[in-house]
Design a protein around this ligand. Structure first.
Ligand code: PLP
Length: 705
């Protein structure tokens, strides 16, 4: 058994054990709703729109105030029967129940009977969650027919279900059949289940995964139904996780020490295959211990939140499973990358969105791309001849900049010693006069300054370097200006906050990570370059097996050769689909809300007893940096002993947070400042109450230190 509350690293002073445990995290659902928090998980009945306890057929109320229930017409539009009106007949002809590897009919009942929930509730492993199903109407679908499966798939998995159903009936890519073929009303949605047995198991035949393996899934002969069932069960597991992620009554993290997790499960890879039952269990176990990064009380990283459209787009991307190197194999994605990068460049302020760019595997790599291209611009011969053929280069960035600038220099053979760190003011912004001084100094030594990497939104303080002044210096000394907006780039979406990046339009390149402030699922980072064609010349290798010059379409859409990678993941679709779903104004509202919450936190703690701000003044981004001072340190003189004790406060509170699983926030030392909390807010699910909760929790967990 895992120990419930493992010990924390002893701070060596003042730690008198754990404070009394919080009251249980799980309030009654009603209490949570009454408290005005976001909606907790709803039963399947609630998800279908029926109020808990309401009699069948009662007018549905939605559990989430203000969120309308989809209209009946809308629900029926998605109904499988409309899309695939011939499915029913073909199912029986194609697949008698005994001919496919489903369990015998009795199995369904046996399995369902053992379920702790009636079929109106999602249960672990029940594998079915009928969103929008109408209850209690006539004309049941016979149990286990593929049509019932497809109804489920249609409702549950949308495109995926459609695709599988289409596959099953050979109707892939066909439009919805019109009234000319089917009499009006003939294909009206019919209810799935009318039986009065609860749990019923009518909607889905049971697959006995204990006897099935991955080889029974497609492309196995007759593997369609097993595949659909398996994927539905996976989706069911994912949906449960998604719903839980937003439920404040669940933990952010079910923390266990590495050795405990290693001992508790067998994670080893074996020669023999596992059954699909075990595979599903692997999925559940993995998610059980995953950090709920979408949880409204997860503040640990710059990338937080879980966007539903982004998630759907990620699933689609995985299903499409293609590679970004050519139009030939990623026609839509290549076009979307073109459209999206152009839009991002427009927002940076480059006229007409001109220029170039690429989605890369993260901000660190985007920064390295910038360095690579800047070097190539100044010394194109470096591509063939290497560093030995060019003079000693130096780059400049602030002492608060991200470590990836140094990493890039190391990887490109420039060397970390050639990255000169420029001093910052007390708010963490680069001091332009120091930049100019250091450039002159480097030139005097015979070094060649080739790049200044300014930061728009530093990692810890959230500071924005003075881009206009930096641009002036870069222009004066003819140095490539890069702006690392991995964290702060998102503010370009906000009319209220984008002034913080004034001057970014003068940059030669910009890193912008939609997977941070914009909440796009990881990973999604863009490197934007003002000069068109430079990336291509810098990186192209003309591999003739991919980039044939005699193809029958416009070769400018074969964009892969400008990347450093060969194969490249499709990162654009999540961003594009979310942008379509929200519009620019939706992103703006989301970002403005996070900044407003940060201001709320700042206002709340700036004069509160027991808090000290790391720097004065309102934060520019959502980074709020502070020390919590436990009562025992409050009256102490500001000397070395106090510092060494203060240093241990944040790590102990953080360890306790993780062990209770209530919230997560990051801490670090910086320069001569001992460990302090860095609160960042990028999760649109967070509310004022979550900020209040964080403060209460820090005080509860730290008051005895
Ligand atoms: C300012 C800044 N630049 C670059 C990066 C690196 O981004 P990624 O983690 O996507 O590689 C970070 C990450 O936190 C960052 O804060």
């Amino acid at each position: 058994m895992l120990s419930p509350v493992p010990s924390v690293p002893a701070p060596g002073w003042g730690l008198r054990g754990f404070p009394p445990p919080r009251p249980p995290l799980t309030p009654s659902r009603g209490a949570a709703a009454a408290a005005g928090g976001a909606c907790g998980p709803r039963s399947r009945r609630q998800l279908r729109g029926a109020a808990p306890g309401a009699p069948t057929g009662a007018a549905p109320t939605h559990a989430c105030p203000g969120r309308p229930r989809p209209s009946a017409a809308r629900r029926s539009r998605t109904h499988f029967a409309r899309t695939f009106p011939r499915a029913h007949t073909r199912t029986h002809a194609a697949r008698p129940p005994e001919a496919h590897p489903l369990g015998p009919p009795g199995l369904a009942a046996r399995r369902s009977a053992s379920l702790p929930f009636p079929c109106a509730m999602a249960s672990p492993g029940s594998g079915f969650w009928p969103f929008g199903a109408d209850e209690g109407s006539a004309a049941a679908e016979s149990p286990g027919t593929a049509r019932a499966w497809c109804q489920a798939a249609q409702k549950l998995t949308g495109g995926l279900g459609n695709k599988l159903c289409a596959l099953l009936y050979g109707d892939a890519e066909k439009p919805v059949e019109t009234g000319a073929k089917a009499a009006p009303g003939a294909a009206e949605p019919r209810p799935v289940c009318t039986c009065d047995k609860k749990p019923c198991g009518c909607q889905k035949a049971d697959v006995n995964y204990a006897f099935l393996h991955s080889t029974d899934l497609l492309p196995a002969c007759n593997g369609e139904i097993t595949t659909m069932s398996f994927l539905q069960d996976v989706v069911d597991i994912l949906l449960q996780y998604v719903v839980k992620s937003f439920d404040r009554s669940t933990k952010v993290i079910d923390f266990h020490y590495p050795n405990e997790l290693l001992q508790e499960y067998n994670w080893e890879l074996a020669d023999q295959p596992q059954t699909l039952e075990e595979i599903l269990l692997n999925c559940r176990t993995t998610l059980k211990y995953a950090i709920k990064t979408g949880h409204p009380r997860y503040f640990n990283q710059l990338s937080t939140g879980l966007d539903m459209v982004g998630l759907a787009a990620d699933w689609l991307t995985s299903a499409a499973n293609t590679n970004m190197f050519t139009y030939e194999i990623a026609p839509v994605f290549v076009l979307l990358e073109y459209v999206t990068l152009r839009k991002m460049r427009e927002m940076v302020g480059w006229p007409g969105g001109c220029g170039d760019g690429i989605f890369s595997p993260g901000g660190a790599i985007s920064n390295m791309y910038a360095m690579l291209i800047a070097r190539f611009k100044m010394f194109p011969e470096v591509k063939e001849k290497g560093m030995a053929a060019i003079p000693r280069l130096v780059a400049f960035t602030s002492e608060h900049s991200h470590f990836s600038v140094k990493k890039g220099a190391a990887a490109l053979g420039i060397g970390t010693d050639s990255v000169i760190l420029i001093r910052c003011d007390e708010r963490g912004k680069m001091i332009p006069s120091d930049l100019e001084r250091r450039i002159l100094e480097a030139k005097q030594k015979g070094f060649v300054p080739f790049l200044v990497s300014a930061t728009a939104g530093t990692t810890v303080y959230g500071a924005f370097d003075p881009l206009i002044a930096i641009a002036d210096i870069c222009k004066k000394y003819k140095i490539w200006m890069h702006v690392d907006g991995a964290w702060g780039g998102g503010l370009l979406m906000s009319r209220k906050h984008k002034w913080k990046l004034n001057g970014v339009e003068r940059a030669n390149s910009v890193t912008w990570n939609p997977h941070k402030m914009m909440g796009v699922p990881l990973q999604c980072s863009a490197l934007l370059v003002r000069e068109e064609g430079l990336m291509q010349s810098c990186n192209q290798m003309h591999a003739s097996y991919l980039f044939q010059q005699d193809k029958h379409y416009d070769l400018s859409y074969d964009t892969g050769d400008k990347a450093l990678q060969c194969g490249r993941h499709v990162d654009v679709f999540k961003l594009w689909l979310m942008w379509r779903a929200k519009g620019t104004t939706g992103f703006e509202a989301q970002i403005d809300k996070c900044l407003e919450l940060a201001e709320y936190l700042y206002n709340k703690i700036k004069n509160r007893e027991g808090y000290e701000m790391v720097f004065d003044g309102k934060p520019q981004h959502t980074n709020v940096c502070f020390w919590y001072i436990p009562p025992s340190l409050r009256s102490m003189e500001d000397n070395e002993e106090r510092m060494s004790r203060l240093m241990k406060v944040a790590p102990v509170i953080k360890a306790r947070m993780m062990e209770y699983g209530t919230t997560m926030v990051s801490y670090q030392p910086l320069g001569d400042k001992v460990n302090f909390f860095r609160m960042v807010i990028s999760n649109p699910a967070a509310t004022h109450q979550d900020i209040d909760f964080l403060i209460d929790e820090i005080e509860r967990l730290g008051q005895d230190l």
